[in-house]
Design a protein around this ligand. Structure first.
Ligand SMILES: [Fe+2]
Length: 246
């Protein structure tokens, strides 16, 4: 028989308490996120309606697929800003980036090129979903030697770590902050990802939450998101850093 608690209706997730979303793909036309200004406007309105106040939006930087750099990112952002119906867009939307840890990051660091940060020295990084880079720890070390604080995007989404949770502790110990995707907690990416996200909460390893919003389907599922026990624990007990980013 279902207990009273398991039947208790969960509240909608209180997005306004995070204040700042620090992972999304809102800038038009430069990655697999918004394809154009019209969609960017619609996605931004959707996120504002959820209750967020500020946005650090993070287009992919991938050597092969999306060879972005501060120039391409700022140019696309400025074009959006100049045509946006939202007044003073840059008062609450800031461009940053999500760097795939590939050979490109190696060369950027070697050439001492400036990376786009979330705030101060914080850099959002991701790895391939197929397999981790062999020199992951070395890359994380190099980032820190160059003055950056790596923020590891959606650790729960890497299936190759699900049976090797020791790796999470090692990446964390190598100096990373962890950012989980909100939709990981709803089961949107599958039950393995959901379990991994909940495990990371249990181990108190998550520092930030992001939408990683790419398209309208994500928005639809975010609207349906509930304050699950794991998410409530993060919000109420674990001192997330989202609101300090703006
Ligand atoms: Fe992303």
């Amino acid at each position: 028989m279902l207990s009273f608690f398991s039947r208790k209706k969960q509240q909608p997730f209180p997005f306004h308490r995070l204040v700042t979303d620090m992972h999304s793909h809102l800038i038009p036309g430069i990655d697999d996120g918004s394809p154009g200004i019209e969609t960017s406007e619609l996605l931004l309105k959707g996120l504002l309606d959820l209750g967020y106040s500020n946005f650090i939006t993070t287009p992919h930087v991938m050597e092969d697929l999306y060879p972005n750099n501060p120039g391409t990112i700022n140019e696309a952002f400025n074009l959006w800003k100049s045509r946006s119906e939202f007044p003073a867009l840059s008062n609450y939307v800031r461009p940053a980036a999500e760097y795939l840890l590939d050979g490109n990051v190696d060369s950027l660091l070697e050439r001492k090129e400036k990376l786009q940060t979330l705030k101060d020295n914080m850099v959002l990084v991701e790895i391939s979903f197929a397999s981790p880079p062999l020199h992951l720890k070395e890359l994380l070390f190099q980032l820190q030697m160059n003055g950056y604080q790596p923020v590891f995007a959606h650790p729960e989404r890497y299936a190759f770590y699900h049976q090797h949770t020791k790796e999470y502790a090692e990446i964390k110990a190598a100096g990373c902050l962890f950012q989980s995707n909100l939709l990981s907690f709803s089961g949107y990416y599958g039950s393995g990802v959901k379990q991994a996200a909940e495990w990371l909460v249990q181990k108190k390893m998550i520092d930030l939450l992001g939408t990683d919003l790419h398209h309208e389907k994500h928005l639809y599922h975010l609207r349906e998101l509930h304050a699950t026990a794991a998410l409530s624990s993060l919000l109420d007990e674990q001192g997330l850093m989202n609101s300090n980013l703006w």
